[in-house]
Design a protein around this ligand. Structure first.
Ligand code: PLP
Length: 411
């Protein structure tokens, strides 16, 4: 059976990308550059005093997550997959990112801050060298502006939480699969939640349309935004420092493998882009998607990029992996991923729950199902090197809901 037949039959696959080119050539073709990542990192530093004031749970206003070795989990996975993994297995714990509880705390928050900075500078409130913590006194100013976004849940949470903390009006357009508890958190923060009976693409389309009518509205466009992408890319610079602190150096002999859950592609794409600047061809990036929502895989495999929807292939786009329930990939990211990534594997929902329970028992780490997808990667690729499973969400999942997911994984 060829790839497409298997994918349509919802069978888990590993697809190896035949269009990957070397990192130097690829990075030359992309119009965002290393300086753009540094610029994003600098902007996040300028905002740190404000974030520290608004969110004292962060470490000095920098929203970053730990990188930890998960040896107990590795033993369990060796048993589960009946394979002894060579090399270290680490978890990048974006499931514990402060403020938004998911990887969306990177791109989403970054883009809102960039927009807020522009408004503040245009209104002569701050200069680049000022202490940005004074911005918390300007909620009245920000309240004249609106931020809008379409989301399956987590992006809405991150944009809603940061925007309302700054004082913006916020509209979050939620797709049908968005969880009720996420809507409740947002409403409790005064965010205007608009619900759709359709999927993510529709929520984005409708949100974009409504926002265009209002000149004070700024739309965060998950399908095309370079700012979101660069916010994610900053993770690579910080990961390099974390690896250094663990005395792990990446080289030809000791390559890095990262496994990244993919929805529309911004988060895994931005991180891969950053990692290619830092580690060049010594980093190998694999995306993972649910068997019921393999949009990036279909976009790259058919080379139609964003011009596909999983439903075109008879696939329903229904999965418990909220952040990954996306029918069409980002245009911006699919074209970049085509050059940069090593491949994509797909995974079934039941296995996500199994992994979610396993890591709870082995390491006492709380993940949401999307996050757990990354844990299988090393056992599919079976290479020797440093393996980083990227956990992408989990912190904010209410206990009763988490417990149900945990129980499902124990079945
Ligand atoms: C959004 C999300 C992803 C994927 O990010 P994209 O930018 O949509 O590809 C992965 N995991 C979780 C938990 C998410 O919320």
């Amino acid at each position: 059976m060829n790839y497409l037949e298997k994918i349509k039959k919802l069978k888990p696959v590993l697809w190896v990308n035949p269009n990957k080119i070397n990192s130097k050539q690829a990075l030359e073709k992309i119009d965002m550059k290393y300086d753009d990542i540094l610029d994003a990192e600098e902007r996040l530093k300028r905002f740190a005093p404000l974030i520290k004031k608004l969110f004292p749970e962060t470490i000095d206003g920098i929203i970053e997550s730990p990188l930890v070795e998960i040896n107990n989990m590795k033993k369990e996975l060796d048993k589960l997959y009946n394979y002894k993994l060579d090399g270290k297995l680490l978890l990048k714990c974006d499931n514990y990112l402060k403020v938004a509880g998911s990887i969306k705390a990177r791109g989403g928050i970054y883009e809102v801050l960039k927009h807020a900075e522009k408004i503040a500078i245009d209104n002569n409130i701050i200069k680049l060298e000022d202490d940005y913590s004074i911005l918390s006194d300007y909620k009245d100013l920000f309240s004249k502006y609106k931020i809008a976004v379409g989301s399956t849940g987590n992006l809405g949470l991150s944009i809603g939480i940061i925007s309302s903390a700054l004082g913006f009006q916020v509209d979050v357009h939620m797709s049908n699969d968005a969880k009720e508890w996420k809507k409740e958190i947002l409403r409790s923060k005064g965010v205007n939640v608009i619900e759709y009976s359709d999927d993510y693409s529709k929520a984005v389309e409708e949100g974009r349309k409504q926002c265009l009518k209002d000149k004070n509205c700024y739309f965060i466009d998950d399908e095309n935004s370079k700012d979101l992408f660069l916010g994610y890319a900053v993770a690579a610079l910080r990961l390099k420092k974390q690896l250094d602190n663990l005395n792990i150096s990446i080289s030809d002999e000791n390559p890095l493998y990262v496994y990244l859950p993919c929805g529309v592609g911004g988060a895994p794409g931005g991180i891969t882009f950053g990692l290619k600047y830092v580690f060049g061809d010594n980093v190998h990036s694999y995306f993972v998607e649910p068997t019921h929502a393999p949009c990036m895989l279909l976009g790259l495999l058919t080379r139609k990029f964003n011009n596909i929807h999983v439903k075109d292939f008879g696939i329903d786009n229904i999965t418990e992996a909220d952040g990954l329930a996306v029918g069409s990939p980002s245009k911006l990211v699919s074209e970049i991923a085509d050059m940069l990534i090593d491949g994509i594997y797909t995974i079934e929902d039941n296995e996500l729950f199994k992994l979610l329970s396993l890591i709870k028992d082995a390491e006492n780490i709380k993940l949401e199902p999307s996050s757990a997808a990354s844990l299988k990667g090393p056992y599919i690729i079976k290479e020797n090197g440093i393996h980083i499973a990227w956990a992408t969400g989990g912190l904010l999942v209410p206990e009763n809901i988490y417990n149900k997911m945990y129980e499902r994984g124990k079945l």
